[in-house]
Ligand binder design. Structure first.
Ligand code: ADP
Ligand code: MG
Length: 292
């Protein structure tokens, strides 16, 4: 495309709330064959809420929540923030944690009022020898509704499962349908568990799901698609997504997401409306064909 065509194209995009950094991005957008979307904060709003609390036998639900919230107070993860907000809304006394360590892609390890708290996915608890089987039914129920079962252990014993769920962005299904109508291959890429991921994918019309991916593996999954000949646009919002956004042929950040994701991307959807992906690709096709 000529510099003028690119200027016109990026100007039109800006009017639609799509910030495109440079002409290369517009040319890349035209070549895209495959769109990979992160789940949490990208296909969903990224502000999940606690929907259910399942304490283990003999554990009080409010005590479980208080320990869980205390462990998550230092967490920047949306799941952790949901649990802290919920405990505060219930006016629970949340003790300060004596120690806190985030385990990216897994959860949190903390010490609260002399007790060891583990909170996160089953892999984290199992790694510490905690048996999660007693609440597998409750966890499955949460996942079947598209929520994330957050497991909590106190002093090495399973203490409960907190169900946390996010709502899908209202325009997500329409955006996915439009991408497919443009002939693009659409994937979901997420660290969340497989069942939850597939329930959300079905809700938005995505058939190809890569789930339970650790943060450091996301970029590798994008690279694998590229090696198979795909020209990939990656869409994400989180710090976790930054390497995948940078490594894709085209990185598209949700404008309401983290600064790190925006910095790693070529395009930013200012208001976070996913239909902006469709507009950007359609516009790039028009921009390049007009000058041919
Ligand atoms: P996503 O790709 O969905 O944003 P992450 O890679 O951040 O997910 O985390 C993967 C999984 O690890 C989450 O679905 C959750 O089960 C668990 N997890 C990560 N951080 C936390 C946390 N602070 N509290 C509870 N669970 C967590
Ligand atoms: Mg995300």
């Amino acid at each position: 495309a000529t510099p003028t065509a690119i200027m016109v194209g990026t100007g039109k995009a800006a009017e639609l709330g799509i910030l495109i950094s440079g002409g290369d991005a517009l040319e890349q957008a035209r070549r895209i064959t495959t769109v990979v979307l992160d789940k949490t904060g990208t296909l969903t709003r990224g502000r999940p809420d606690v929907t259910v609390v399942h304490p283990a036998d003999g554990v009080d639900a409010d005590r479980l929540l208080a320990y869980a919230a205390a462990a998550e107070i230092g967490s920047e993860h949306p799941l952790g923030e949901a649990i802290v907000r919920h405990a505060r809304a219930r006016d629970l006394a949340v003790p300060a944690a004596d120690s806190f360590a985030a385990v990216p892609g897994h959860g949190v390890e903390a010490e609260v009022a002399g007790r060891r708290v583990l909170i996160g996915n089953p892999a984290l608890l199992r790694r510490h020898g905690v048996d999660v089987a007693p609440l597998s039914g409750a966890a499955a129920e949460v996942a079947a509704r598209g929520g994330t079962p957050v497991h909590v252990a106190l002093d090495g014993r399973l203490a409960g499962v907190v169900g946390v769920a996010d709502t899908v962005r209202p325009e997500a299904a329409e955006a996915v349908a439009q991408l497919r109508a443009l002939g693009l291959d659409v994937w979901m890429l997420t660290g969340d568990n497989r069942v939850t991921a597939e329930v959300v994918a079905r809700e938005v019309g995505i058939e190809q799901v890569i789930a339970e991916v650790r943060p450091e593996e996301k970029a590798g999954r994008v690279a694998a698609l590229r090696e198979r000949g795909a020209v990939v646009a990656m869409v994400g919002d989180g710090i976790n997504d930054a390497p995948a956004l940078a490594g894709a042929d085209l990185g598209i950040a949700i404008g309401t997401g983290t600064d790190v994701a925006i910095a790693a991307s070529d395009i930013t959807l200012v208001g976070g409306d996913l239909r902006g992906i469709v507009s950007a690709i359609a516009l790039s096709r028009r921009t390049v064909t007009t000058i041919k």
